[in-house]
Ligand binder design. Sequence first.
Ligand SMILES: [Mg+2]
Length: 251
Amino acid sequence: MKGIIFDIDGTLMVDDKVLDGAIEVIEKINKQKIPFCFVTNTTEVSTQHLFENLLNKGFIVRKEQIITPIVIAKKILNSKGVKSIQICYSEDLKQEFSEYEFNEKPEVVIISDDGTGLTNSQINQIFQYFQTGSELIVLQNTKYYKKEGKLVVDLGFYSAGFEYITGKKIQSCGKPSKLLFDFALQQMRLSKSEDVYMVGDDIEFDILGSQKLGFKGFLVKTGKYFAGIENQFNDKPFQIIESVKNLLDIF
Ligand SMILES: [Mg+2]
């Protein structure tokens, strides 16, 4: 095995509680000196906030091992030479983009949220920005995630809505974008996805999305997983396991 990528929410933690065996798996991989990183589509808080939370929960991790769609968003902004933006809407994320100017005629609007979704007036403000020439991108377009025992809609709900009303494809900076997975490889100092594993609870974005790029997916039955979801897809995960704890026997 050359490297391992872990999803966080639903895989290592659910509702901010660490799942059984998660810390031990990371400990074991650290001891074996296998390169690993965390690739999350969680965007409601800053990377610093995520990092501190993982440390407080007992994970041994360096900040550069946490990869979020924010780094990809910046790559996209910089490649377009963008200077002015808006983050619609997460106050916590603004500090991550402090090198950009925030104004009322932004070149790019980054659709995001603080974990509580967008209100109708926020949705319409984004639509106004679009009508006055702003390009819309979305931090990630996950369909749903598990919160307090229920599946709830994620940003994919809004990006699909904006694609529908604008007739334009909205670029996502999150999993399963190739940009993000390539960056993960780079962070692990690997050049190829061959013999690199992805562990996650989202069959589409974590598992089948990464497998299209050559990774091998371990689908965990925690988080957003529900019985039989694997039958909705033609492609199959490399392996389905009960939870991250099973990796203690596999790795
Ligand atoms: Mg997840």
